[in-house]
Design a protein around this ligand. Structure first.
Ligand code: ZN
Length: 91
């Protein structure tokens, strides 16, 4: 897997982390907007990478979606891609 994604011309590093905590919740992945970086637990987990790439895209576009709406769209895009293209699913 590449160690970065190209998000509309912005190089977004992808870091593999053993433990990812957001707030008080452990997650499969996260996009850190202040660092413009994606962290994922498993390098094989393309579904989470797609999800976090969507968050990076929203940040890149600067569209300022309501966080709940952005999360619904991120989940929907993740499903749309994983249900129609060959990608490795979350465990
Ligand atoms: Zn999300």
């Amino acid at each position: 897997m590449s160690k970065s994604l190209n998000v509309l011309g912005l190089k977004v590093p992808v870091q593999i982390k053993k433990r990812i905590v957001v707030g008080n919740m452990e997650c499969y992945g996260v996009y850190r907007p202040h660092r413009k970086t994606i962290e994922i637990h498993s390098p094989r987990d393309k579904a989470t990478l797609i999800h976090e790439a969507f968050h990076a895209l929203c940040d890149r576009l600067g569209i300022g979606l309501d966080p709940m709406i952005e999360e619904i769209l991120a989940n929907a895009v993740e499903l749309l891609i994983t249900e129609n293209f060959k990608v490795i699913q979350k465990k």
